[in-house]
Design a protein around this ligand. Structure first.
Ligand SMILES: [Zn+2]
Length: 174
């Protein structure tokens, strides 16, 4: 793997992107997944500069979108996250688009007051996971034939999972 020199244009752009992502709370392992040309030690230093009062998050990243979406409400919010991400991303992006990730996060953050219960789920790390899995074709959007809203599917869901049902229809009927 080649590492971009920090004084080349690509190297500078990567570091600006890294700072934008870290300031929004994206974990270092996820930033490395998007920007493999930036060293982990540089990202740790950036994290300490940007978040002097919080230690760098540790522990493994979730395996995939299917492991974090557990309820119809999660599924509805994840659908909205992915819709925002795709709306903001450039057509040719074959991998996670940094700008679209930031736009989707800023839009969601400003769009509602999230309850404490959902605070862990409404997180830029979840949008990153959805975007990564979307580009890997593990997650897709489809229109619900009943309510016409766009909803998300994880290919790893079991066909019998309650999450196969449209979350908007499911929430409307409870
Ligand atoms: Zn529906």
């Amino acid at each position: 793997m080649s590492y971009e020199q920090s004084d080349t244009l690509t190297g500078i752009r990567d570091r600006v992107h890294a700072a934008e992502l870290i300031s929004r709370g994206l974990r270092i392992a996820a930033v490395r997944n998007i920007l493999p040309g930036v060293y982990r030690c540089e990202l740790s230093r950036l994290w300490r500069e940007i978040h002097p009062l919080s230690s760098t998050p540790s522990g493994r990243l979730p395996n995939g979108s299917a492991s974090v979406i557990r309820t119809h409400l999660h599924s509805a919010i994840a659908s909205a996250m992915l819709v925002e991400y795709i709306r903001a991303s450039s057509e040719r992006a074959g991998c996670v688009d940094v700008t679209a990730l930031c736009v989707a996060w800023d839009t969601l953050l400003g769009s509602a007051e999230w309850s404490e219960e959902l605070a862990d789920f409404v997180d830029i790390n979840v949008i990153w996971l959805l975007a990564r899995d979307y580009h890997a074709k593990l997650v897709r959007l489809a229109e619900c034939p009943r309510c016409r809203s766009r909803r998300l599917f994880c290919t790893q869901w079991d066909a019998r999972s309650k999450l196969m049902k449209c979350p908007h229809c499911a929430l409307a009927s409870t």
